[in-house]
Write a protein of this length. Sequence first.
Length: 272
Amino acid sequence: MKEKRMKKTFLILILFFLNGAAFAKDAADTAAPVEISAAGSLEWNRKDKTYTARDNVIVTQGLSRIQSDRLIARYTGDNGATALSSLEADNHVTIQSPPYTAYGDRAIYNVKTGNAVLTGKELKITTDADLMTAQDKIEFFGAEQRLDATGKATATHDSSTVTADVLSAYFDKDAAGRMGLRKITARGSVVIKTAKETVTGDEGVYDVVTQKAVLTGKVLIRQGQNWLEGTSAHVDMTTGISQLLGSGNPETEGRVKGVFYPSADHPKKESP
């Protein structure tokens, strides 16, 4: 009987995690029942005010699923799960909320703010068509429906990739009420690669719906050994057409510049 009550307590507290941190999941899932299982044990520590599940922990609600080797729930006061403050998933962490799946070594969810942080090696978020990776961390901000990937972050769609120091993904609902990726912004050492060219800049905005990107700063477009430079670029991932713009300043720094080679045997001039 004690084990049954403890399991029920875990079902209640995990509901907080699934409702807030499952990376832009459909709100319809929140009405579904919650189930949790652990191959090892479920422990309630009243002194430390924690609940701990160990060994192949699996939590499901509707289509959402969290799996890890260990899960710790922390609470404040004397009301247990009703005063939950944070949840921590450790080792082989997988968070699934179709169409997204996130992977990492450690996930921490703040119940009050609705924010989650995923850290560890080989951090990534995948869908059938997209992949986002990062070296340092992946953060989800519940109130803003925003996902930040930090540290040589890369977003891949088909044959196109966007790489930057920080990539921010913004989610929104479509006409049917389904949550989906709307746009990606890039900051620091931005690189966009398509099948035809490589574009670099300081900052960028990628519209997922239209498959178009705008880069600003010191922008450079490389097409084979040819290259162009300017202050901004518009890149159409669908057509492969890029437009380079200058600042309109008559001085050299504000002008659009291109270097083209008529043949592969022509002496190559180094790009900036």
